[in-house]
Write a protein that binds this ligand. Structure first.
Ligand code: FES
Length: 289
C-alpha cells in the first residue's frame, strides 16, 4: 500500500512516498488500549468514530494519515469512510494544529458586540488568518460561528474554554500570554487551559479530573432561572396530555409583562448600563479606560 501525500508521523519526510504507514509499536499499543476502552462504550465499533478521531488528534495534534488508517483498522471502516467524517466536522484538523486553538466568535450577537473587531485585531497581531497557525506552533486562529455563550458576547474560546466579554486588547493579551508559555485563566470552567493534545484526549472520553473546576454557569446565564423562581413560573406539564399543557400554559405569565414581544433596545436589555457600543469598548467600564 503506497500513500504519497501529507506529513507522516513516523519519521518519513513530508511528501516522500512511503510504504505502509503507521505508528511505532509502542504508540500503536498505547493507542489500541485506549481505543479498546472507547469502542467498549458502543454497541457497534463504527459508532466510536468521533471519539476515536479525538484520540488520534491527542497523539498527532491533528487527524493524520496514520490516524485515519488506525481508526479504520480499529473500527472495521475504510479510510475513505473515516476521512469523510473527519472532513465534515471543523473540530477535526486536517493539518498540524497549534498548541492552542483560539476561536473568536463572529456570529451575529458577538459580531455586533465587537467580535469582528477582535478577530481582525488578533489576526493582524499574530500575522495569521482563519485556520492558520503561528510559526512557533503555539496558536491556531479560528473565526467560529457561535460558541454557545451568547450571554457573554463577545466570546473567545481557547481550546474550547470560555473567555467572556472580550475586547481586542484583552484577546491580544491572552494570545501573548499563551505564546510566552504562561498559563491563562478562563472566565468559567477549568482554572487553566490544557493543550490541544490534552483536551483532545479528554474529548475522546478520558477524564482529566478537572470537570468540576471553576464556575460552570455564570450570573448572566442564570438570570432567566432566577426570574422564573422569583415570579413562580413553571414549565408546562411534560406528560404529553393536551389538558396538562393547556392548563400549565394558562398559568405561565407572559415573561415580557404586558409587551407582546421581548425588549430589543440596549436600554431594555441592559438596565444596569454595563454594556457599551460594539467595538473596542465592549463594556461601559472599558470604554472609559
Ligand atoms: S453569537 Fe457568539 S457565542 Fe453565540
Amino acid at each position: 500500500m503506497t500513500i504519497d501525500a501529507g506529513p507522516a508521523t513516523n519519521g518519513t519526510p513530508a511528501g516522500a512516498p512511503r510504504q505502509r504507514p503507521g505508528y511505532d509499536a509502542e504508540t500503536a499499543a498505547r493507542l489500541a488500549a485506549d481505543a479498546a476502552q472507547i469502542v467498549a462504550r458502543y454497541p457497534h465499533p463504527r459508532s466510536a468514530l468521533l471519539p476515536m478521531l479525538h484520540l488520534v488528534q491527542s497523539e498527532d495534534g491533528y487527524v493524520s494519515r496514520d490516524g485515519i488508517l488506525f481508526c479504520a483498522e480499529q473500527l472495521g471502516l475504510t479510510a475513505a469512510e473515516v476521512s469523510a467524517v473527519a472532513t465534515f466536522y471543523t473540530q477535526y484538523k486536517r493539518h498540524p494544529n497549534g498548541e492552542y486553538t483560539v476561536g473568536v466568535c463572529t456570529n451575529a450577537l458577538c459580531a455586533v458586540m465587537g467580535g469582528d473587531t477582535i478577530f481582525e485585531r488578533v489576526s493582524e497581531h499574530l500575522g495569521i488568518g482563519h485556520d492558520e497557525t503561528t510559526e512557533d506552533g503555539k496558536i491556531t486562529l479560528e473565526q467560529v460561528e457561535c460558541n454557545a455563550a451568547c450571554d457573554y458576547a463577545p466570546v473567545v474560546v481557547v481550546n474550547w474554554e470560555f473567555f467572556d466579554n472580550q475586547t481586542p486588547t484583552s484577546a491580544i493579551e491572552i494570545v501573548d500570554e499563551l505564546r510566552a508559555g504562561r498559563p491563562v485563566s478562563p472566565t468559567r470552567g477549568a482554572a487553566t487551559v490544557g493543550t490541544f493534545k490534552e483536551i483532545s484526549h479528554v474529548l475522546a472520553g478520558f477524564e482529566d479530573g478537572r470537570s468540576d473546576e471553576g464556575v460552570a454557569a455564570g450570573p448572566a446565564t442564570l438570570v432567566g432561572l432566577g426570574l422564573a423562581r422569583e415570579q413562580g413560573w413553571r414549565a408546562p406539564a411534560m406528560d404529553g396530555t393536551q389538558d396538562g399543557e393547556a392548563e400549565a400554559a394558562s398559568t405561565v405569565p407572559n415573561p415580557y409583562g404586558s409587551a407582546e414581544r421581548p425588549p430589543t433596545t440596549p436600554d431594555d436589555t441592559d438596565p444596569a448600563g454595563k454594556r457599551g457600543p460594539a467595538g473596542e469598548g465592549a463594556t461601559a467600564e472599558e470604554g472609559k479606560q
